[in-house]
Write a protein that binds this ligand. Structure first.
Ligand code: SF4
Ligand code: SF4
Length: 345
């Protein structure tokens, strides 16, 4: 599709008008942090933001979601609850676009989850390229997620007064052509884009001593590493790392029965493999009771299992888990330590 260019002022006017009609979610400053929030005007959007505390996934997989309501009177009735609204997710970074591609593969293509799919079909993804690293915790360059070639409806690159616009879908084309003042990209615009990409490529350096394609093999070889014991001693099993992760999607399903004992609802909530109860079975045993087993499981999911199952990144290198971990467990250090000194028992 033909690339376009839009003046920032024109895009801001368009977002102001869209926010009146549909849900627009965008990064908003929240003290020293940033979070994806529903906005009512473009001026709320934070400029030059770091990754948001939570990824935009929460608009597709809410922390708590009613799946169905049931009632037993003359007979059992079960009504699915699917709540979806037209949503524009604005300012999604390339790492999060890669994470959403993974969730689409799992929830739409593999599991056919109607709740996720209904929301995803009504969500327009407006990505914004990263031109400089967020901080010392991000390692998207090493995970191959700094650049997004798909998974967006529209991808913007900041060229100071304008955005260079790549269009990824018919819905994205309709969105961008609906903005007054949009024009086709000219040779000069493409030159500016190339220079921005050259600056970006110079600013990002690989942070891992392995490529993401080598991670599954490294993790398989490191199954007996003593590093898991060290990390198990350190980890507090708080689950913060999985709650903020854009590629974590495990959930628990429960029934809530009303006082009449005849009706109620089934809901799902986020869960975490770092909690001891996660792998607990009905008779009380937990298959991953030792903390080191849980930590090892998380890193294997991030660097190995998901990649082997879906061929996509189980970790997109956003660094959120490291930023949120109160004992400073950082995947960059973990993967590099495994590579540098595969300590064995
Ligand atoms: S955030 Fe840190 S301490 Fe908490 S479960 Fe994750 S690795 Fe362990
Ligand atoms: S494991 Fe950490 S760095 Fe990787 S995607 Fe999850 S939050 Fe981001």
């Amino acid at each position: 599709m033909i690339d376009r260019v839009v003046a920032k002022a024109d895009l801001i006017r368009s977002i102001d008008s869209l926010a009146d009609k549909r849900t627009v979610a965008a990064p908003v400053a929240n003290g020293p942090q940033f979070s994806f929030r529903t906005i009512t005007a473009a001026e709320e959007i934070a400029e030059g933001y770091l990754p948001t505390a939570l990824p935009p996934n929460k608009y597709l997989l809410p922390p708590r979601e009613t799946l169905l309501r049931f009632a037993w009177h003359e007979e059992l009735t079960v009504d699915p609850v699917i709540e979806a609204t037209d949503t524009i997710a604005f300012g999604v970074r390339p790492c999060d676009l890669h994470a959403l591609e993974l969730l689409d593969r799992i929830f739409v293509d593999d599991k056919h989850d109607g709740h996720y799919r209904a929301r995803r079909e009504r969500m327009l993804l407006v990505g914004v390229e990263c031109l400089e690293p967020c901080d010392d915790h991000c390692f998207c360059e090493s995970m191959g997620t700094l650049r997004a070639e798909s998974g967006f409806d529209v991808l913007l690159t900041d060229l100071e007064d304008t955005y260079y616009v790549r269009v990824g879908s018919p819905e994205g084309k309709e969105f961008i052509l609906g903005i007054d003042g949009v024009r086709e990209a000219a040779y000069e615009d493409r030159t500016l884009l190339r220079k921005a990409h050259e600056r970006r490529d110079a600013a990002f350096t690989p942070r891992l001593d392995v490529t993401f394609e080598q991670l599954p093999g490294l993790l398989a070889e490191s199954s007996d590493s003593l590093l898991w014991d060290v990390l198990g001693e350190k980890c507090l099993s708080c689950g913060a790392c999985t709650n903020v992760c854009p590629t974590c999607y495990c959930f628990d399903v429960r029934d809530d029965v009303n006082l009449d004992m005849k009706s109620g609802e089934r809901f799902r909530t986020w869960d975490s493999c770092q909690l001891e109860e996660f792998a607990m079975v009905g008779t009380g045993e937990s298959f991953r009771q030792p903390r080191e087993m849980r930590v090892k499981h998380r890193f294997n999911r991030k660097g190995r299992y998901i990649f082997e199952r879906y061929g996509l990144h189980g970790c997109v290198g956003c660094g959120r888990c490291a930023r949120s971990c109160i004992v400073d467990i950082d995947p960059i250090e973990v993967f590099n330590q495994l590579k540098g000194q595969p300590v064995e028992r």
